[in-house]
Design a protein around this ligand. Structure first.
Ligand code: ATP
Ligand code: MG
Length: 569
């Protein structure tokens, strides 16, 4: 492409409301433009990169035996009501809903389980037709509460969603394994550093699931990674090795006045102890009965784990009336001296026999509280948040917490959708059974944002060559120099003929502007054809990622460029 014909322009400054580095750089490079919050147009350069990701996704999905389809972006509400997800999405205000002229309720698809499941079931008759894996690359619509960071969290975004259909759980496991392998291959080819983590199922439901997390400071998700690389999990699902139980005699119980100290920090400061020496007692009501969840004071209750522990039950935190009803005092609650309250303790509660807890009356705490003697643990669970320095459950290595962006999510769904949607096949015994499903999402537009988060410097984007809009840019430094023009034009022709995606910067602009733009847009290889070089019979070749420059004889320029591209990441 001749950049003189490219209508998009680069910006020296990003709009003030562009928060994340990738958002700023994609705008400045002229790859995307915002239409409204979370909704973007892709300009020619941005679209080329988007298509490159799509191409990689398609190759790997096809290689894994998945078949591409295209489902409508506009979907009817009925199947969503059957699975119960209409209400779930409406409750979170995530759904873009609309009505047609017959007043039928419709939505713009936020994901497509409800559409693909009956579709595949209607094509597939018996177990002989299984397994099937169908995927699409389709725009998705979610009215996110906080669209932010450009492509990282849009309200319209491009997703690759795949759905596997098997006869049984063994089949599902095999389909799942293939998809996970394909995900790893795709993200590696896109040049992303990522970790596959065990995750919380959230709105989709189902059992085993993994997220593919790309570390980035702007990421909204926290994930836990072992320093030795053998364990990674979303904080919502993370577990750590259980520390040893306390030995030795329990301490003596003693009440101490703690006027006004109703938070862990206040108590710790007042009594001059570490927050980890205090016991946090969180009160909930589960199906109408009170429970206390105990964690060390330097941690929080992991809500994801708690929800899963009581899945199927109605769970809520105490309100003011509950405290009165069960004789507890806000900010001064302890697990001792209660009847009829179920105690759910984190494993770590057994590591001490001298906890400091609320005294169950205002303005007082009790020291020397010991599990077993002062209260009975009804359920011992891993229920606290994991923190930096915890011990890996697999190998004993150190765990660290980092920010990351979720670029992919894979689920073993089982019959969560096929059962309510009556999507069945006939098994070898002649009995109709629900299809056993997996679903696999990857945010194609989000991957672009994540790649830019990981690959940029002060001058701009540093595209991995697999995703760059063009692999090579030829900067025609002096348009008024006949030989420079002729050399640049001929290099452009030859490289293009050799199948390299090449841009020719033949704009009527200064060499300085062209260099700045080349760095900002982040072409992996930059070739400068300028007067001084040409007079000496050379062109300059620069690898964007390493900054390495070399001079190549004009006659050998093509080989030098091919080599530089080979060396580029
Ligand atoms: P998140 O927790 O980030 O909101 P999610 O868990 O709701 O995402 P899924 O339903 O698992 O998302 O969707 C599959 C994939 O689609 C995600 O892994 C992510 O890569 C992408 N995705 C989801 N929501 C968005 C969005 N608002 N903008 C861009 N990509 C998104
Ligand atoms: Mg997800």
């Amino acid at each position: 492409m001749r950049l003189s014909q490219l209508f998009s322009r680069t910006l020296r400054e990003a709009p003030a409301d562009a928060d994340a580095p990738s958002h700023r750089l994609l705008l400045r490079a002229g790859m995307i433009r915002q239409l409204m919050a979370g909704v973007y147009s892709f300009l020619p350069l941005g679209l080329r990169t988007l298509q490159r990701v799509e191409h990689i996704v398609r190759e790997e999905m096809d290689a894994a035996g998945a078949q591409q389809v295209r489902l409508p972006a506009i979907v009817p509400s009925e199947p969503w009501k059957v699975t119960g997800r209409w209400d779930a999405y409406v409750e979170e205000d995530l759904l873009f809903t609309l009505h047609d002229r017959q007043d039928r309720e419709l939505a713009l698809g936020p994901t497509h389980e409800e559409i693909i499941t009956p579709l595949v079931a209607s094509e597939v008759e018996s177990y002989r037709d299984l397994p099937v894996n169908a995927y699409q690359i389709q725009w998705k619509y979610r009215d996110e509460a906080r669209p932010r960071s450009g492509l990282l969290r849009g309200r319209e975004f491009l997703m690759k969603d795949a759905y596997s259909f098997d006869r049984d759980v063994d089949g599902l496991r095999e389909s799942y394994r293939k998809m996970v392998d394909a995900y790893r291959a795709i993200l590696t080819r896109c040049g992303l550093d990522f970790a596959q983590v065990e995750a919380d199922p959230g709105l989709i439901g189902g059992d085993v699931n993994h997220e593919f997390m790309a570390p980035a400071d702007v990421g909204e998700d926290l994930f836990v990674r072992c320093e030795r690389g053998d364990y990674a999990a979303n904080v919502e699902a993370a577990v750590a090795a259980t520390p040893d139980e306390a030995t030795g005699a329990p301490a003596e119980r003693q009440d101490v006045p703690t006027p006004g100290a109703s938070t862990i920090e206040a108590v710790a400061t007042l009594l001059e102890v570490a927050p980890g020496e205090t016991l946090k007692s969180m009160a909930y009501v589960v199906d109408g009965a009170p429970i206390l969840v105990l964690v060390p004071g330097d941690r929080d209750v992991n809500e994801g784990k708690l929800r899963r522990l009581f899945s199927g039950s109605e769970l809520r935190m105490f309100d003011t009336a509950d405290f009165g009803r069960y004789g507890m005092v806000v900010g001064f609650t302890g697990p001792q001296d209660h009847d009829g309250v179920t105690i759910v303790a984190d494993n770590r509660v057994r590591t001490r026999s001298d906890w400091i807890t609320g005294a169950n009356r205002a303005d007082a705490h009790t020291k020397g509280i010991a599990p077993g003697r002062d209260f009975t643990i009804d359920r011992l669970e891993d229920i606290a948040t994991v923190t930096d320095g915890d011990v890996c459950p697999r190998c004993g290595g150190g765990l660290t917490i980092g920010r990351s962006v979720e670029v992919g999510h894979t689920f073993q769904l089982g019959t969560r959708y096929s059962e309510p949607l009556k999507s069945t096949f006939v098994d070898d015994d002649g009995i109709e059974r629900p299809l056993v499903m997996g679903c696999y999402g990857m945010g194609i537009s989000r991957v672009i944002g994540a790649v830019v988060e990981q690959h940029n410097d002060d001058d701009g984007i540093v595209w991995p060559k697999a995703l760059a809009p063009f692999q090579v840019v030829i900067v025609m430094a002096n348009r008024d120099h006949a030989e420079v023009v002729a050399r640049a034009e001929s290099l452009y022709r030859v490289l293009t003929e050799r199948g390299l995606d090449t841009a020719l910067d033949d704009r009527d602009a200064s060499a300085g502007v062209k260099f700045t733009d080349a760095d900002l847009i982040g072409y992996p290889v930059q070739v400068v054809v300028g007067k001084r070089g040409i007079d000496g019979g050379t062109v300059d070749v620069k690898v964007r990622a390493s900054g390495e420059r070399s001079q190549a004889p004009v006659d050998n320029a093509v080989e030098a460029i091919v080599q530089a591209l080979h060396a580029a990441p």
